[in-house]
Design a protein around this ligand. Structure first.
Ligand code: KIV
Ligand code: ZN
Length: 518
């Protein structure tokens, strides 16, 4: 018996990318679209074409280059939005127009429409979209807070007007699994024409239930899940693609549905989305977090080495990790160390293992966990290379309880080496002032975040910065055992990205948001 197919609709490039700070460049959007297509995503929501020239160009380019997936663009319930959307997606082998309007009482109040006026607008806009494209998706935004009778009414209108997919968004992440299933079940049962279209679920994760709500909706009859890589998206994000896909795969015994996703491509795309969006994945994030397949305690490691199933419900290779990321710590034994080094490509004889084990133990006394990189450094040293217009050549900071904090910075700017010494409130502030003195700019620092990767005096820190200049938002990240150096590198990384964005100024500014409803 063939299992029911669940369509995976990825909105990383629309709902994910519209989250403040997650803006991607044109080239990055094309790259991500390509990876999504490669991994078997059925529908790629490539953007919101009316938002800006940049969004329009990205959607039409993705439409042209994509080989397999349906390419969808978002449009508000306005005729010019829908026309613009069609202009962008029409190049696709299989285009889709996705149009929406907020139907809950709170959302109806924004354009100040009565129920009847809104119903009329839905009829008009969905028909218009259907006249352009035979694949039309319609969403009643904030469906989970819309009066049920009114929801039945507008869904029926949209179906009659030609919508082929009806998406039920939980826009504010308010629903819960049983309610999510109940709503889909009731729509299927009570709306005339419901059996001729596909119901989709679109959940936000404000209460941490997006994945559960999406799966519950599928069990009740929805056959399209809208999701993003890493759960990227505004506030707490959207349903994470990797979570629903792996849940359906691992628990296929109780959720007998299929997706067309090649799960071995998950890790790669997760890392790319984290890098280009500037939103790092939390360590303990399901499926793609650094610790998702990591086992530290000696007992776990012993069990793992004998039989991986002892503590793992899925194999790392199922999501594209070639080996279990067995994190080493002070409880790790010699056998685990040898195994790890072999995974990293080092063949070690007994004598060498003895020596490395002593050094590893010394390091493990200073750091809570030893990561792959620490072990590689034990075996050989490695260097970081940066290739951009702005490069840090050297940095020396002076800090202490007395006197101003001072940073001596040398940078290479477009090939020219320049130095300065600046003060500030603390070493990071002094360093950022030094960068500003060497490379004056108006960009405003919106976010500065430090995460300790490891513990001890040689602790690694990952630093993320977000900067804004004339409406353009960029992020930068870096890691270093010295927090100030990591901060300087992250700051310069963001500036380099800003320079790229400046070069194509005007093409990537967003004029409207999908929340501007009139
Ligand atoms: O969350 C939401 O309601 C949306 C709609 C535009 C579908 O993203
Ligand atoms: Zn959304």
């Amino acid at each position: 018996m063939t299992q029911d197919q669940v369509v995976i609709f990825d909105t990383t490039l629309r709902d994910g990318e519209q989250s403040p700070g997650a803006t991607m460049t044109h080239a990055e959007k094309l790259e991500i679209a390509n990876l999504l297509d490669d991994m078997g995503v059925d529908i790629i929501e490539a953007g919101f074409p009316i938002a800006s020239e940049g969004d329009f160009n990205a959607v039409s380019e993705i439409a042209k280059q994509t080989r397999n997936a349906v390419i969808c663009g978002l449009a508000r319930a306005q005729l010019p939005d829908i026309d613009r959307c069609w202009e962008a997606v029409k190049h696709a082998k299989r285009p889709r127009i996705h149009t929406f309007i907020g139907t809950s009482p709170l959302h109806r109040a924004i354009p100040n429409l009565t129920q009847d006026e809104m119903a009329e607008r839905i009829e008009q806009t969905v028909s218009h979209a259907r006249n352009l494209c035979d694949n039309v998706q319609w969403s009643p935004m904030d469906a989970t807070r819309t009066e049920l009778d009114y929801l039945y009414r507008v869904v029926e209108i949209a179906i009659k007007a030609g919508a082929t997919t009806i998406n039920i968004p939980d826009t504010v992440g308010y629903t819960a699994p049983r309610e999510s299933a109940d709503l889909i079940g009731k729509l299927i049962e009570n709306v005339p024409g419901a059996d001729e279209i596909t119901f989709a679920t679109h959940c936000h994760n404000d209460l941490g239930m997006a994945t559960a709500n999406s799966l519950a909706a599928v069990e009740a009859g929805a056959r399209q899940i809208e999701c993003t890589i890493n759960g990227l998206g505004e506030r707490a994000g959207n349903t994470a693609l990797e979570e629903v896909v792996m849940a359906l795969k691992v628990r296929n015994d109780i959720m007998p549905f299929q997706t067309g996703i090649d799960s071995t491509k998950i890790m790669n795309i997760s890392r790319r989305v984290a890098a280009v969006s500037g939103f790092p994945v939390q360590f303990n994030k399901a499926i793609v977090g650094k610790n998702a397949f990591a086992h530290e305690s000696g007992i776990h490691q012993d069990g793992m080495l004998k039989n991986a199933e002892t503590f793992e419900i899925m194999r790392p290779e199922d999501v594209g990790l070639s080996e279990t990321n067995l994190v080493m710590g002070k409880h790790s034994g010699r056998a685990a160390l040898r195994d790890k080094l072999e995974q990293l490509g080092f063949e070690v004889g007994d004598n060498q293992l003895k020596d490395v084990f002593v050094r590893f133990k010394a390091l493990a006394d200073r750091k809570k966990e030893i990561f792959d990189d620490d072990l590689i450094a034990l075996m050989r040293t490695s260097d970081d290379v940066e290739s951009s217009r702005l490069k840090i050549v050297s940095l020396a900071v002076q800090c202490g309880t007395e006197g101003p904090q001072q940073a001596e910075l040398t940078m290479e700017i477009d090939g020219e080496v320049q130095s300065t010494t600046q003060t500030g409130d603390g070493p990071v502030d002094a360093t950022f002032n030094a960068v500003k003195a060497l490379f004056p700019h108006e960009a405003r620092l919106q976010l500065y975040q430090v995460h300790a990767v490891t513990e001890g005096t040689d602790a690694q820190a990952t630093v993320s910065v977000r900067m804004e200049e004339a409406g353009r938002i960029v992020t930068g990240q870096s890691a270093d055992t010295d927090t100030v150096v990591a901060s300087a590198k992250a700051y310069v990384h963001a500036l380099n990205r800003l320079l790229v964005r400046r070069e194509k100024a005007g093409t990537d500014r967003r004029e409207v948001s999908y929340k501007d409803v009139s």
